[in-house]
Design a protein around this ligand. Structure first.
Ligand SMILES: NC(=O)c1ccc[n+]([C@@H]2O[C@H](COP(=O)([O-])OP(=O)(O)OC[C@H]3O[C@@H](n4cnc5c(N)ncnc54)[C@H](O)[C@@H]3O)[C@@H](O)[C@H]2O)c1
Length: 256
């Protein structure tokens, strides 16, 4: 697959996984407003259709490339299609993720592995497939969604493990890719209002809100603005880091 570095006036070209989700929607619409060319990926074209309608006409270009992140072949096909369409790729945003909470005593090994398979191995599948194009970009960026939960969260041992592992693997990838101008960073959101987080019981939601120092839960646009900052051509000196975007909750102690 051929690709070329973008001149500084050309639109940035980004592939976003989990685009059909709550945070994915916020990231896609914000990057579209900034004039990005977008490859939107999620499990199905149907789930991406409303977002495609939303960003068409705003984004420099947009295409939907469904892939199951646990299937390396479908991931490679999606990444190759994005590179072919945009003549290269500058940014990968690993946003897809699943949450399957249970206490350790009752969690099956299958549930534990399922979460690692999507959140960690899926992120690695996408990043590995995109690496050659990101290297050619000259200002490549990998931005992965971890979670404040990696600091520890009741009932989330599988999720916290997967998100902590993403932070660790990103630091190693940052070292491997730094010489090629590719930065690798993570964003660890606290509680962000989306379908995933709204599936929690109302009493838990209220306790979470009370535990956030800035007095409100996060919004997808809070995460999207951090993605845009890390994705910019000018952000080349920031790599191997995890930025916690949580309204101060990580400095206020955990919820009990
Ligand atoms: N919402 C929060 O409060 C919060 C907090 C911290 C971290 N995060 C992280 O942010 C990211 C986005 O979260 P969200 O709240 O938008 O969740 P969401 O459930 O709304 O979106 C997640 C998306 O990932 C996709 N996905 C799941 N498994 C997949 C697979 N095998 N292949 C391809 N796509 C798959 C889903 O279809 C979905 O569209 C996730 O990684 C999540 O762990 C969310």
């Amino acid at each position: 697959m051929t690709s070329s570095p973008t001149p500084s006036s050309a639109p940035r070209r980004a592939l976003l996984t989990g685009a059909a989700g709550g945070i994915g929607w916020g990231i896609a619409t914000h990057l579209a407003e900034l004039g990005y060319a977008l490859a939107l990926s999620d499990r199905s074209s149907e789930s991406l259709a409303p977002l495609l309608t939303e960003v068409t006409g705003t984004a420099a270009d947009v295409t939907c490339l469904p892939a199951d992140l646990t299937d390396p072949q479908s991931v490679t096909a999606a990444v190759d299609a994005a590179v072919a369409r945009f003549q290269g790729l500058d940014v990968v945003v690993n946003c897809a993720g699943v949450l399957k909470d249970a206490r350790v005593e009752t969690m099956t090994a299958a549930t534990f592995q399922q979460v690692l398979q999507v959140n960690l191995i899926g992120m690695l599948n996408v990043t590995a497939a995109a690496m050659p194009a990101l290297r050619r970009s000259g200002t490549g960026r990998v931005i992965s969604l971890t979670s404040r939960a990696w600091l520890g969260n009741y009932g989330s041992s599988n999720y916290a493990t997967s998100k902590g592992a993403i932070a660790g693997v990103s630091r190693s990838l940052a070292l491997s890719l730094a010489a090629d101008g590719v930065t690798v960073n993570c964003i660890a959101p606290g509680f962000v209002e989306t379908p995933m987080s709204n599936s929690l019981p109302a009493n838990i939601l209220e306790r979470v809100r009370r535990s956030i120092p800035v007095g409100r839960v996060g919004r997808p646009e809070d995460i999207a603005r951090t993605v845009a900052f890390l994705a910019a051509r000018e952000a080349g000196y920031l790599t191997g880091q995890t930025i916690t975007v949580c309204g101060g909750r990580s400095i206020a102690g955990s919820m009990r």
